[in-house]
Design a protein around this ligand. Sequence first.
Ligand SMILES: *[C@@H]1O[C@H](CO)[C@@H](O)[C@H](O)[C@H]1NC(C)=O
Ligand SMILES: *[C@@H]1O[C@H](CO)[C@@H](O)[C@H](O)[C@H]1NC(C)=O
Ligand SMILES: *[C@@H]1O[C@H](CO)[C@@H](O)[C@H](O)[C@H]1NC(C)=O
Length: 291
Amino acid sequence: MFKCIGICSVCLKDMSIFQKNNHNFLKMPDMDCKKNPPFLIILVTSHRDQIKTRMAIRETWGKERIVTDKRIVTFFLLGSTSYDGNAVMVESLVYKDIIQKDFLDTYNNLTLKILMGLEWVHKFCPQSSFVMKTDSDTFVNTLYLTELLLKRNRTTRFFAGASTMHSHPVRDPRSRWYVSKEEYPWNKFPRCCSGAGYVFSTDVSSHMYIVSQNISFLKLEDVFVGLCLAYLKIKVETLHSEPVFFVKRIEFSPCRYRKLVTSHFVTYTEMLMYWYGLEKSRDEECSGGHP
Ligand SMILES: *[C@@H]1O[C@H](CO)[C@@H](O)[C@H](O)[C@H]1NC(C)=O
Ligand SMILES: *[C@@H]1O[C@H](CO)[C@@H](O)[C@H](O)[C@H]1NC(C)=O
Ligand SMILES: *[C@@H]1O[C@H](CO)[C@@H](O)[C@H](O)[C@H]1NC(C)=O
């Protein structure tokens, strides 16, 4: 139950309306997709304790914005912890960008977190055009991503991202990525995408959410998504002729970052630095190749 402090008389009233039709979501963004659907929804896996990172993302690439009259919104996917208290509730009331359900927020529940995001889009925002899934240590160039999606001009059964490092199951029980033969009997994983960033047309999130119930659960998010896509016979495509999704960290330079969609393993201070670096150099020309 919610313990209430000052501002909560408002939230309790909201909550009672809210809980009637929330499909077991503890928290959801306050958005009417029927009226004003976003073009792109970015779903960021996060954890209760990463408040500084969420603030940096809200201030930089995750800021709600309009790019060539397309609206982009960013939401955070959270599980729950035994010590949630009021902090997440207050944060959710202030920023209205948290999607949360009642499952333990652990690495081994990452697939549940992704499924929660897909479920939310499927039930509450199927009117959007594209969805991106990314991690909270990824820098996303939302402007370039939007440009590329518009140029690519695909509206259904589209999925793009960078290859994952998980190409076959690790059978050593001591490994973080251990997968038993019972969970997955085959020796190779379908080729799919690193959780650092992939993007898909919104219909794919409904398809994946629906077929996920028919696919044996794997804690490896990227592999699970790959299995859903294989089941649906949806191929991973490229977004651009050049690589734009990077699973590693790319050294920052404004010209380099203008032409990428994701750079991984970026701290929140780096996010702020890169973002303001990009903004500051907006009017500068980049000569041919990257400096
Ligand atoms: C996943 O969440 C469920 C529900 O809270 C919990 O019972 C389970 O222990 C969690 N699994 C792992 C592997 O952490
Ligand atoms: C996008 O594709 C549709 C058909 O699939 C076509 O009618 C439209 O002109 C295309 N738009 C652009 C900008 O290429
Ligand atoms: C899931 O599997 C069952 C039994 O094989 C089948 O009847 C059903 O159509 C499948 N559902 C989806 C969404 O593929």
